[in-house]
Write a protein that binds this ligand. Structure first.
Ligand SMILES: [Zn+2]
Length: 161
């Protein structure tokens, strides 16, 4: 028998522990971002409903976003989810931003974003820590750092993964 090493809970087990089944809906009881479930997965925040779709239904076609068939943002039931292209949502920016594709959730305040830009925005690549290091400092992914340094905002909701 191997020594007392307990296996870490798998992502799926963690996911399930946050779900409360209510009829056909799976209500997310973990963290929420704009009403949508947020799930910490492989070092970043992803949309819980997107994780659910990818896990229980299948791969998300490129360029597609996960949308709710029911109107419950916190619902992560695979049956309540469907994919659509950004074009399906064309003309509805708000709707699009509410359905980020594996979006990194908003974790920094405007003040922190401003600070990050002030500290690293003007520096040349060789003269500052790597994106990864900056990301570690702020608890966000390297692509998110890149995204913010380029002047994008969290508010748009669509973040790189
Ligand atoms: Zn639902």
């Amino acid at each position: 028998m191997s020594s007392g090493v307990y296996p870490r809970k798998s992502a799926l087990e963690r996911f399930k522990s946050y779900v409360r089944v209510e009829g056909r809906h799976w209500i997310w009881t973990g963290s929420l971002s704009s009403g949508y479930g947020a799930f910490w997965f492989e070092g970043k925040w992803v949309s819980a409903h997107v994780y659910s779709y990818a896990t229980f239904v299948g791969a998300i076609p490129q360029g597609h976003q996960i949308r709710h068939k029911c109107d419950i943002r916190a619902c992560v039931a695979p049956k309540c989810l469907t994919t659509g292209t950004a074009k399906d949502n064309a003309g509805d920016r708000e709707e699009r931003s509410r359905h980020p594709h594996l979006a990194t959730m908003s974790k920094l305040s405007d003040k922190q974003v401003a600070e990050l830009r002030r500290k690293y925005g003007a520096r040349r690549k060789f003269d500052r820590p790597s994106l990864k290091e900056i990301g570690l400092e702020y608890g966000i992914s390297a692509p998110s750092v890149c995204w913010l340094l380029k002047g994008h905002t969290y508010q748009k909701g669509v973040m790189p993964t």
